[in-house]
Design a protein around this ligand. Sequence first.
Ligand SMILES: Cc1ncc(COP(=O)(O)O)c(C=O)c1O
Length: 365
Amino acid sequence: MSSRTLPDFPWDSLRPARARAAQHPGGVVDLSIGTPVDPTPDVLRTALAAGSDAPGYPTALGTTDLRLAAANWLQRRLGVTVADPLGDTPSVIPTVGSKELVALLPTLLGLQGGTVVIPEVAYPTYEVGAVVAGLRVLRSDVPPEDVADPVLVWLNSPGNPHGRVLTPDELRAWVAWGRARGVPVVADECYVELGWDVVPTSVLHPAVAGGSHEGLLAVHSLSKQSTAAGYRAGLLSGDPALVTRVWEARRHLGLLVPGPVQAAAAAALGDDAHVELARSRYGARRERLRAAVEAWGGRIEHSEAGLYLWTTRDEDCWTTVDRLADLGIVVAPGSFYGPAGQRHVRMALTATDERVDAAVQRLTA
Ligand SMILES: Cc1ncc(COP(=O)(O)O)c(C=O)c1O
C-alpha cells in the first residue's frame, strides 16, 4: 500500500499559526494537541518502578491483575459488568494506547472490504484505520438508512473534538442498528471519566446493551484520566467473541503492552483519587477558559464532557486560528476533524494553570 492513500497529516498545516503565536511577548499558550502536562500520579510511577524487572515477554492477554482491575473499574465507575475477565474467551484485554488500537482495529478484526461508519466530526484515526485496511468511510451521526456493506461502526462519546455525549437513547439506536445487521459497534470512550455537565453512559452499560454485550466493544485509555499518555495504556472490552478475535490476531502480531506498564495500569485502575484530582484540575481550567472565550466573543457548543472547548465565531476556522495566534494561543482548526468542523476550533484544557491564566488574561484584555 502506498502511504499516499493516507490522509495528509493535518498538524503540519498549523506551523504558520505556531510561528505567529511564538512572537507573542508572553510566550505561546498551546491548546492545540491536547497532550496532558501535569505530573503522572505516584500511584502509576510506583507500580511502574516495582514492575520494572521484566525479563520475559508479556502476553497479549494481559496479566490477571490487570484484567481483574479493569473489570472492577468498569463495574465501579461505569456500571458495566463484563463476562468473566479470566474466562477462556476474554472480555477485556490491555492495548498499546488507544490510538494504536483505533488505527488497527479493522485490520485486527480481519475486516476485508466494506464501509466503516464514523462520526460526522471525528478523531482522524478512525478514518486512517479504515483506509489502512482498504475500507470505505461514511460519516454519520445517526444510524444511516442506506449504506453499502457496513462492516464496523465507531462511536465516540464523550467525543473529540466537540465533547458531545451520546444519550442512552442514541446509543441504543446504534446498538439496535448494528445488531440488526451483524455489524460490530465500537465505542471509543477514552474521555468517559471527564463528564462535566452530564454523566456519560458506556455502550456496555446494561441500559444500553441489554443483557449481553453481543456485537459491542468499548475502548478506554489511561492517557487522560490517569495523566499517563506516555505510558500508552488502553483497554478493549465487551463481546468476548470480538475481544478474542483481536486477542488472537495480536498473539500473532505482537503489539504487546510492556509488563511494567501493565502493572502501572492495574494500579491506576484500582485508584479513584488520582482521577478525581485530574478531573478537578481540568474542571477548574475549563471554567476559567470557558468564561474568557465567551467574553472574547466565542460561542462554545457541546463540550459537556471531555478535554476540549468546541468554539465558533461563525467564521472559517482558519480565521479563528489566526485571531488566536495573534494572542499567542494555538488551537486546532475544526476542519482537521471533518468538513462539518469548518467553522469551529478545538481548544484543549491540557495546559498548565499558569498558561491557562495567560490565555484568560489575553482573551479578556
Ligand atoms: C477520541 C480519541 N480516541 C483515542 C485517542 C488516543 O488516545 P491514547 O492513544 O493516548 O489512548 C484520543 C487522543 O487524543 C482521542 O481523542
